[in-house]
Design a protein around this ligand. Structure first.
Ligand SMILES: Nc1ncnc2c1ncn2[C@@H]1O[C@H](COP(=O)(O)OP(=O)(O)OP(=O)(O)O)[C@@H](O)[C@H]1O
Length: 308
């Protein structure tokens, strides 16, 4: 462990992404500052200036002695904050607490813990500081190692995330638009999947690896999620076609899609997914990672999150 400045367990370090969501950030920030004052919370803050700046900001805050961090933004901002915590070498990650003020487009991570998009309620939750020590996923690809706190996947969902960058201006609708675009144009790939010491060879729509429940702006692809059991919740959506998806659209949102005969679910410590003759996109928490082969494992009870 490296040297740290004076430890500050009571104060919050706020990292705000002015580019998240589709909103008037300066107006919302004024409201947040007022609410922080009303709650009498002790805090310092920084705005991100570029993509992934969150990682450096978290590391500097922890070095300065902060142990409580608030992520102001969407799932991408939170993912980068989590990566900052996992990559720092000053303290054990389980000594860090993260709260979320949801400003994003999808805000999928908060849904597992039944938190709404209300900033007022989020600050209420943060001020009570009830926490859960949640598992964190680790993705290893040929190019990098990335941590994630919500849902990662390869195939159709990676394709959608790649399309989303052109569609976020449509706000909450952007996920549905990207999903429909993918339904029409996405070409499924064959994969070799190593899971629980078994090798499967399947043509798949996607392989989803969940810690939490929701992705794609409120869709549920994982079954019986437990965010602290040290296991990945895997969903292999096999050769689902356009008609299957259209007919089952409500089940993508209700979670009942996991009972479809072309969908298999597993719990595992580790999974390796190797695409055959293709390089499908990989996404983690709605962020595009890379394309190609991946291995995912899990770090049990890695970070404290403030929850409802
Ligand atoms: N100052 C900045 N300028 C441009 N991009 C930024 C900046 N700060 C952070 N980012 C990047 O913006 C991306 C999107 O942020 P985020 O995911 O939080 O918002 P969103 O896409 O609207 O929400 P959601 O993922 O919940 O739909 C992240 O990859 C983040 O690294």
């Amino acid at each position: 462990m490296s040297t740290i400045d004076k430890i500050n367990t009571n104060s919050w370090f706020i990292i705000a992404n002015p580019a998240s969501g589709n909103k008037n950030f300066s107006k919302i920030w004024k409201k947040i500052e007022q609410l922080l004052k009303n709650k009498n919370l002790d805090y310092s803050f920084a705005f991100t200036q570029f993509s992934k700046h969150e990682i450096d900001l978290v590391q500097n805050a922890i070095k300065k002695g902060y142990r409580n961090i608030i992520s102001v933004g969407g799932d991408g901002t939170l993912n980068n904050v989590v990566n900052g915590v996992m990559l720092q070498r000053y303290v054990k990650t389980s000594n860090i607490t993260i709260g979320v003020l949801p400003l994003g487009t999808g805000n999928d991570w908060i849904k597992t813990y039944k938190q709404t998009n209300s900033i007022e309620k989020a600050l209420e939750i943060i001020s009570k500081k009830t926490t859960i020590l949640q598992d964190i996923g680790v993705i290893t690809t040929d190019k990098n190692t990335i941590y994630y706190n919500n849902v990662a996947g390869i195939g159709y969902d990676g394709y959608i995330v790649n399309k989303l960058k052109y569609l976020k201006k449509f706000g909450a609708l952007s996920y549905l638009l990207a999903g429909i675009y993918g339904l029409i144009f996405y070409k499924k790939s064959a994969y070799k999947i190593l899971i629980n010491n078994k090798e499967l060879k399947e043509k798949c729509l996607m392989v989803v690896c969940g810690i939490c429940k929701y992705s794609g702006g409120g869709m549920q692809f994982t079954k019986d999620v437990n965010t602290t059991d040290g296991l990945l919740d895997i969903t292999i959506a096999k050769n689902l076609n356009f008609l299957d998806l259209i007919i089952n659209l409500p089940k993508l949102y209700s979670g009942a899609i996991v009972n479809h005969k072309k969908v298999n679910t597993y719990k595992t410590l580790k999974i390796t997914v190797t695409p055959i003759n293709a390089k499908p996109f990989i996404q983690a928490d709605g962020e595009l990672i890379t394309s190609g082969k991946l291995q995912i494992s899990i770090i049990p009870k890695a970070i404290n999150f403030v929850i409802n």
